[in-house]
Ligand binder design. Sequence first.
Ligand SMILES: Cc1cc2nc3c(=O)[nH]c(=O)nc-3n(C[C@H](O)[C@H](O)[C@H](O)COP(=O)(O)OP(=O)(O)OC[C@H]3O[C@@H](n4cnc5c(N)ncnc54)[C@H](O)[C@@H]3O)c2cc1C
Length: 284
Amino acid sequence: MIPASFDYVRATSLDQVIGLLQGDPDGIKLVAGGHSLIPTLKLRLASPALLVDIRGLDDLRCITIGEQIRIGALTTHAELLASTPLREVLPIFHQAGSLIADPQVRNRGTIGGSLANADPAADWPAVVIALNAEIELAGPQGRRRVAARDFFVDIMTTALALDEILVAVHITRPRPDTQFRYRKIRHPASGYAVVGVAFALGLTDNTVSDAAIGITGATGHAFAAEAAAKAVIGQPLTAETIEAAAKLAGEQADCLSDHYASADYRRHLIRTEVARGLTSFKAD
Ligand SMILES: Cc1cc2nc3c(=O)[nH]c(=O)nc-3n(C[C@H](O)[C@H](O)[C@H](O)COP(=O)(O)OP(=O)(O)OC[C@H]3O[C@@H](n4cnc5c(N)ncnc54)[C@H](O)[C@@H]3O)c2cc1C
């Protein structure tokens, strides 16, 4: 449980980080909150030659709310949870943030670290997919944005190149009729999602005008449940439309299996959680 030795640099600018990454992208790890990286180093699942601590890059710690909402990569889970202006516009950050781990983890862990780490059971990936967010990356060629639904590629693998750093998350301000939910079945030991489902639904008189559903925990990476979302758009939320959408979400998922939850059980949880989430929007 002792990491291999490494050098350590406390970065003072984004250009410095990108310059270092360009020099030896394989031998470097960025460290933000450290709550995923440090255990990885202790288990020697990674042994970088150099750790670049990015916590001093204050420009990456922000929540800016306008027509576009910009969340800097170094914003902690606790800061997202505590932001009243963010909660007013996008309450899903409060709904999901309150279900992440415990106060100690929430005080250190960052949204950028969580997204870059792409743990299949992390919560924020489902949320940014449901919000149709864009992830801003910076590298030697400049900046680029990747749609959240294309960002997560495989288990702990993203669209981030080795010489890039995740800078921010961008979300278009939702229409006033949009409502949000985040539901999670927690692993009893770790608190991570066995299945987590994020919903953003435009609703007028119980008819769905727009829908996006992000699912985490069940598969190798978070994904957009597109067939399920399409199945409710233009429809009233009835027991039949909800059941049809939940079934489609389960069918789309190529579920993981482990000693805690089989693939079939995870698929079952997707169906029940999508159905419960959609039912919670339904006018009685
Ligand atoms: C006990 C415990 C319980 C937890 N429970 C949950 C939970 O319920 N739900 C949940 O979602 N998460 C959970 N987590 C994970 C926690 O949220 C982590 O903090 C988070 O996943 C990683 O964020 P970090 O800032 O600590 O990243 P770090 O550990 O610093 O970094 C993680 C990885 O991302 C890279 N990285 C970090 N920042 C950037 C960046 N800006 N650009 C590019 N690469 C970057 C690092 O190089 C590293 O590879 C838990 C963690 C612990 C220890």
